[in-house]
Design a protein around this ligand. Sequence first.
Ligand code: COA
Length: 260
Amino acid sequence: MNYENLLISIEEKIATVTINRPTKLNALNKATISDLSKAIKLLAKNDDVRVIVLTGSGEKAFVAGADISEFANYTIVEGAQLAAEGQESLFDFIENLKKPVIAAVNGFALGGGLELAMACHFRIASDNAKMGLPEVTLGLIPGYGGTQRLPQLVGKGRAMEMIMTAAMVTAEEAKQFGLVNHVVSQAELLSFTNIIAKKIIKNAPYAISKAIKAINANYKDGKDGFETEIKSFGKCFGTQDFKEGTTAFLEKRKAEFTGK
Ligand code: COA
C-alpha cells in the first residue's frame, strides 16, 4: 500500500515507518494521522513483522507537532473531537499494540510529536533531538495524551514544569529524566535501534504481547495490574513457545519461537 506521507520498509522482521513531510518538519496533519493509523493496523496483522520502528524523515525533525495550520480556526467541539479521534485511532492504539513499537527520535519531537513518541513502548534519541510540549504557547494544552504520559515517564513535577514553561529538553536531559532510554549519534540511530529490535525478536512474541499488556495495566484506571499479570502469566503456559522455550533451555540450545 502507498501512503501520501509515510515511507515503509520491512527487513528482517523489523518494519520501519518513516513520517515523510520534511518540508513541514513532519507535522501531523489529518492525512498523516490517518496514514499512520492504517499502516500500523496492517503491520500489526503482518506475520513478517515482529517490531515496528517509528521515525521522521530528514535530519531536523522526528515530528514538530500536530499541524497547527489545520486547527487554527477550530471550535470547542472540533478541538475536543480532534483530540478524541487522534487518541483512539493512533496514540492509544500504538500504546496497546501487541507488537513492540519503538520511537527512533531523530530531531525535534514537539507537541503531538513527543506525544507520538511517548505512545510508543520506548524511545531512543539521536543526540541532536529536542523534546517538549509547547502547546501552552498556542493557548492550548497537549491533546494526544501528553498530560498523562509525560508524568508517567518523567514524574509529576518535571511534567508540570515542562508543560507550563513549554521548554524543550535536550536528548541527554531526556535520558536523565527517563523520557528516552538511549542517546546515540544521528548516523547511528536506526542501526542502534535495529540492534535493540533484534534482541526483542529473539524472544517469544506472545509473551512479549502479554508483557506489554501487563505493564500497561499499571497505568490504567480501574485495572489491577497484578491481576492482569497473573492471568497473562497463566496464558503463556498454554503456548507452543512456552514448551519450546523451556525445552530449548533444558536441551541447552537456542529456542526457535513461532508466536504460537
Ligand atoms: N504545524 C504546521 N507546520 C509546522 C509545524 C507544525 N507543528 N512545525 C513546523 N512547521 C512548518 C513551518 O510552518 C515551516 O513551514 P513553511 O516553510 O511553509 O513556512 C516549516 O515547517 C519549517 O519550520 P520552521 O519554523 O521554519 O523551522 P525552524 O527551524 O525555524 O523552527 C521549530 C523549528 C520546530 C522550532 C518550529 O518549526 C516550531 O516551533 N514548530 C511548532 C512547534 C509546536 O508548537 N508544536 C506543537 C504543535 S501542537
